[in-house]
Design a protein around this ligand. Structure first.
Ligand code: TMP
Length: 213
């Protein structure tokens, strides 16, 4: 039998604080000597990082919703094949900043492309790979967007504001999408209130992850 690791994903609307929380979790796991693969969607692999640039550059406002969805999945297929599947087969812990739940919330609900279509593409791009545990950091979209836009304005790196620049109604649909996903799969998707202090959120995340690792 193939030895199988454990797959954790982080999810949430823009500005929910998941990148910071993921870093804290990774530090904690590594300080305990755990063998962890850290990855992200879109991004992760070197090819994925090139696709990320196309997806998030605000100059690409002509990107069509279906092309956008296919690029997110192209990025994920590369991540699954190059990094995630081999890591899980080797028994490692995989921690990913976003995965297919993001596509369900942003493209399925936000763009109205439907969950059915997203799930069909997931089957092609990721085959049977799905997170064992998903940490969903819930925040009202206005608070999240204000944080995300302030961070982008300060940042020197490449322009990554295309998604944040979408209308507020889009982000409202994304949050509704996440809440529906979490309600449908409460065992896998653990909802944490992201308005709590950084320490309280980190403790809640650790309480979810620790029993599995
Ligand atoms: P990040 O800033 O958390 O790395 O995410 C990049 C943006 O891409 C964020 O606005 C969420 C969006 N996104 C989608 O729309 N669909 C997806 O499948 C993924 C993974 C991210």
């Amino acid at each position: 039998m193939t030895k199988r690791g454990f797959f954790v994903s982080f999810e949430g609307g823009d500005g929910c604080g998941k990148t910071t929380q993921m870093r804290l979790l990774l530090e904690r796991l590594r300080s305990q000597g755990k063998d962890v693969l850290e990855t992200a969607e879109p991004g992760g692999t070197p090819i994925g990082r090139q696709i990320r640039r196309i997806l998030l550059d605000s100059a690409n406002d002509a990107l069509s919703p279906r092309a956008e969805m296919l690029l997110y999945f192209a990025c994920r297929a590369q991540n699954v094949d190059e990094w995630i599947r081999p890591a899980l087969a080797a028994g490692r812990i995989v921690v990913s900043d976003r995965f297919t739940d993001s596509t369900l919330a942003y493209q399925g609900e936000g763009r109205g492309l439907t969950a059915e279509l997203v799930r069909e593409l997931h089957a092609i791009a990721c085959q049977e790979i799905l997170p064992d545990l998903t940490i969903y950091l819930d925040i009202d979209y206005r608070t999240g967007l204000a944080r995300a836009r302030a961070r982008n304005a300060e940042q020197d790196g490449p322009d990554e504001s295309r998604m944040e620049a979408q209308a507020e109604e889009f982000h409202e649909r994304v949050r509704r999408g996440y809440l529906a996903l979490a309600a449908a799969e409460p065992e896998r998707i653990r909802t944490i209130d992201a308005r709590q202090s950084l320490e309280a959120v980190a403790a809640a995340i650790w309480a979810e992850v620790q029993p599995h690792v």
